[in-house]
Design a protein around this ligand. Structure first.
Ligand code: SF4
Ligand code: SF4
Length: 386
């Protein structure tokens, strides 16, 4: 039966965090002595350069607390992550991670050196080019930030492993699997591969920063920070994502990596099998959490005839930049794998969007540092109740 440790925690004070993280690991039966002489990948969410208060990235003191616990037990922490478009070096430099990496003397692995991971049991994908650092590790600590997400509805432990694939290769995956259900299946294939197919096998522990999280149009600058006041830990990524979603009061049927994850039977096939240790979901539950507006009903219509330009424009949200906020930085153009964004033609001070080519992956919305891109409803979307 998968254990999920759930502990109330309302601030990022280092000593407090270390206590709660140590207790979390103990609650799930993980002995910190396993860090002795181990090379430990400690993977945060470093999506992009962002201030802590926006709750886009795993809090840097949360990261420091985990790293100190590893070091106190004679382990060697290694930071590896692959941000959306910026280099890892740049994101570290532009965030509070610069100070943490320096003062804790943390090795930073190059995420672009990759090796192929083979997973014969994959449903849609069997081969993944992931960062070599995961192969070199004895233990992987995955540190998700709990956030809403325009495609997967929520992002937690399962989605964070997507960062094992370097840089813009990630956005190209949206082109290969534009249907959101299929994208969730791809994420679950990757989760299955990293959990069960690494040779030699190694523990993956998920320690979730759900103290300050994102609601609304997460997981980037358009999302809103709010408190959820929880630290969670588990060896099971689906179980931990389920418990976090329940605290937030999300509609679990829309959390595709969780509901489809149960069907895969990756150590858990139903909520009834999850043993929550510490505080209860009821203790920490909030009833005013604002979900992402992305709807799996519409996004899963991305098959003929619904993927034709006319149907897309009538029935799906389209990403629209605002002239007031746009700085013409063209980060959106850089991340758009379908080539739907081009430089401004001069009519307006915003990039030009080709909505025929747009696959509605919302990567541009996710990375726009000015939160200048909004979803605009398709003209007949109301007909489908969205
Ligand atoms: S919409 Fe956002 S990402 Fe795109 S050019 Fe404008 S500010 Fe930059
Ligand atoms: S325009 Fe935005 S939503 Fe459309 S395909 Fe490009 S990145 Fe995705």
């Amino acid at each position: 039966m998968p254990q999920v440790s759930l502990i109330q925690c309302s601030d990022y004070t280092l000593g407090n965090l270390k206590d709660k993280i140590r207790t979390s690991l103990s609650n799930i039966g993980f002995d910190v002595k396993q860090f002795n002489n181990a090379r430990v990948v400690v993977k945060p969410n470093l999506l992009m350069p962002a201030k802590e208060e926006k709750a886009i990235i795993t809090n840097s003191e949360f990261y420091r607390a985990v790293v100190q616990i590893v070091k106190e037990n004679n382990g060697t922490p290694v930071l590896v992550e692959s941000p959306a478009i910026h280099s890892l070096e740049r994101v570290i430099k532009k965030t509070a991670y610069a100070a943490v990496v320096k003062s804790e003397d943390i090795e930073v692995a190059n995420p672009t050196i990759t090796r192929t991971l083979t997973y014969d049991a994959g449903k849609k994908f069997k081969y993944f080019d992931i960062s070599q650092a995961y192969f070199d590790a004895d233990i992987i600590l995955n540190l998700p930030k709990f956030k809403t997400h325009g495609i997967t509805y929520m992002t937690g432990a399962v989605k964070l492993l997507f960062g094992a694939i370097p840089g813009v290769e990630k956005s190209k995956m949206h082109l290969r699997v534009p249907v959101h259900d299929d994208f969730a299946e791809f994420l679950l294939d990757l989760y299955g591969a990293m959990t069960y197919a690494m040779i030699p096998s190694k523990p993956i522990i998920h320690i979730m920063d759900a103290i300050s999280v994102q609601e609304g149009e997460g997981p980037g600058p358009a999302g809103k920070a709010r408190k959820l006041n929880a630290v969670l830990a588990s060896e099971n990524g689906i179980a931990i994502d389920y418990v976090a979603s329940m605290i937030a009061g999300l509609d679990i049927d829309k959390a595709l990596t969780v509901v489809n994850g149960f069907k895969r039977e990756f150590g858990v096939s139903s909520p009834k099998q999850i043993n929550v240790v510490g505080d209860t979901i009821k203790d920490l539950h909030v009833d005013d959490f604002e979900p992402a507006t992305g709807s799996s009903i519409f996004s899963n219509m991305f098959r003929w005839p619904f993927n034709t330009p006319m149907f897309k424009n009538l029935f799906l949200d389209r990403p629209v930049p605002s002239e007031e906020k746009c700085t013409l930085c063209y980060q959106c153009k850089k991340i758009c794998a379908s080539g739907a964004i081009t430089s401004s033609s001069g009519k307006k001070d915003i990039p030009d969007y080709d909505y025929k080519a747009c696959i509605r992956c919302y990567c541009c919305l996710e990375i726009c540092s000015e939160a200048a891109i909004k979803k605009e409803r398709g003209r007949f979307q109301w007909m489908l109740g969205g």
